[in-house]
Design a binder for this molecule. Structure first.
Ligand code: UD1
Length: 419
């Protein structure tokens, strides 16, 4: 079994370049199905989830060619199947985007219930309600969601919970529906704008992506396109936090600084210096970190995905911080691992109270999910002595060349095989 061995107490210094956004890639790859033609996708992150999606596209009959380490072409003209393989689907959560994409193109989709990180109940009722509003009949049998429609017709859809996945899935299905679809209370994450830009480049008519009302005017057909994925806000945020935690000084390149505002603001509140440039940010650690409170919210609020790495920083701050997790109910499991390293934390429901300590000490710890895995790595970099992080498959699902990027910044981290 692969694990990460980290020798801690290192100061991260230097420059790092951020890869394409995982959450954009996870929507954009299934979305290529709608084109019925060839799409070239650039700045695609080299992560495990992308490999799973490539396998799913090929299993459906798409021709996928790797043109470069971060560039692929997907020709979906030959796709005949509308069924996603159960073994592949359960490896990740975003397999649900095949529902909207296949339904939009073929008016039929069979997608097993998704897997992914266990951070709460994670229902997909809003996806289903949205697709039903467009005229799809949905049946669930033996763990498979079966959607079909004679035709999809535009509708007014109000999401009572702000959901990234439901917003994108409805957008995918609505592109070629008859008439106009309006999604009210839609999510505003940059991935939604990125996916809408891809779909518009294919010939769709989507307006308002990035606001809380999206209007989609159905078109008869879509075609091929070229699209460059935006930089990964969460990868950038992770390295910003790692730089601050290790008393480092790191230039984080290939980012869109406005996407990082909520993280930048919190770091500054903690006394960390963040310099914003056109497409990069420099993070210079503070000699003393100030405790702050965090509440996770949909974009542009503080992202739930950064709650975990940020808690490592708060564990080292001067004073008591209160972290409120508003999006996912079980996103505190990793705090037990952090406590093994000496952090002082108590959890009361959706609130974690963190009393800062002066140091963490290396320990064998477990990555309970993807972002928790990143948090464990940040903790290992700071801690005294050796940390061994197990269950790192989660990290590989979402971080491109993590060890290589960290080693370039001076970290002592390597992959080991251990039972
Ligand atoms: C996406 C991101 C994930 C991020 C999350 C919140 C991808 C692939 N994943 O996940 O990294 O942590 O947004 O920013 O982009 N909900 C329902 N019913 C539904 C769907 C969601 O009640 O049908 C609830 C969820 O339980 C959660 C909230 O809505 O409480 C937000 O979830 P959502 O935005 O849908 O998260 P994902 O799209 O799964």
């Amino acid at each position: 079994m692969e694990k990460l061995l980290i020798e801690g107490s290192t100061r991260l210094e230097g420059e790092i370049s951020i890869s394409g956004a995982k959450n954009s890639a996870l929507a954009i790859m299934p979305a290529t199905i709608l084109s019925g033609s060839e799409c070239i996708i650039k700045n695609l992150p080299s992560i495990r989830d992308v490999v799973y999606l490539r396998d799913m596209l090929m299993q459906l009959g798409a021709k996928v060619h790797i043109l470069d380490s971060d560039k692929i072409s997907v020709d979906s003209s030959a796709i005949k199947s509308y069924k996603i393989d159960a073994e592949l689907a359960k490896k990740m959560r975003a397999s649900y985007y095949f529902l909207g994409a296949l339904l939009g193109r073929f008016k039929k989709a069979e997608v097993p219930f998704p897997g992914g990180c266990e951070i709460g109940v994670r229902p997909i009722d809003l996806h289903i309600k949205g697709l039903e509003a467009l005229g799809a009949k949905i049946k669930i049998s033996h763990g498979v969601i079966k959607a079909s429609a004679t035709e999809l017709i535009g509708a007014h859809i109000y999401l009572d919970v702000v959901s990234v996945g439901a917003t994108i899935n409805i957008m995918l299905a609505a592109c070629m529906a008859k008439g106009v679809t309006t999604i009210e209370n839609s999510a505003k994450e940059p991935y939604i704008v990125d996916t809408a830009n891809l779909l518009n480049a294919m010939g769709a008519n989507i307006k308002g992506a990035g606001t809380d009302v999206i209007r989609i005017k159905g078109v008869d057909s879509l075609g091929g396109c070229e699209h460059t994925i935006i930089p990964d806000q969460m990868e950038a945020g992770t390295y910003m936090i790692a730089a601050a935690a290790t008393k480092g000084n790191v230039l984080i390149k290939n980012v869109i600084p406005t996407h990082l505002e909520s993280i930048t603001a919190k770091l500054r509140e903690m006394n960390v210096e963040v310099q914003e440039h056109e497409d990069s940010v420099r993070v210079i650690a503070a000699s003393k970190l100030k405790a702050v409170n965090i509440k996770t919210l949909p974009y542009p609020g503080f992202p739930t995905d950064m709650q975990q790495p940020m808690s490592v920083l708060l564990a080292l701050a001067d004073g008591t911080s209160v972290v409120t997790e508003n999006i996912f109910e079980s996103r505190f499991k990793y705090l037990d691992e952090l406590k093994k390293m000496g952090a002082k934390i108590r959890v009361e429901g959706r609130v974690a109270i963190i009393d800062g300590v002066h140091r963490l000490s290396g320990a064998p710890i477990y990555a309970t999910d993807l972002r928790a895995g990143a948090a464990m790595v940040v903790a290992g970099l700071v801690a005294d002595g050796k940390t061994i992080v197990s269950n790192i498959g989660h990290i590989d699902r979402g971080y491109e060349r993590l060890e290589e990027k960290l080693i370039n910044l001076g970290a002592r981290i390597r992959r080991i095989q251990e039972d």
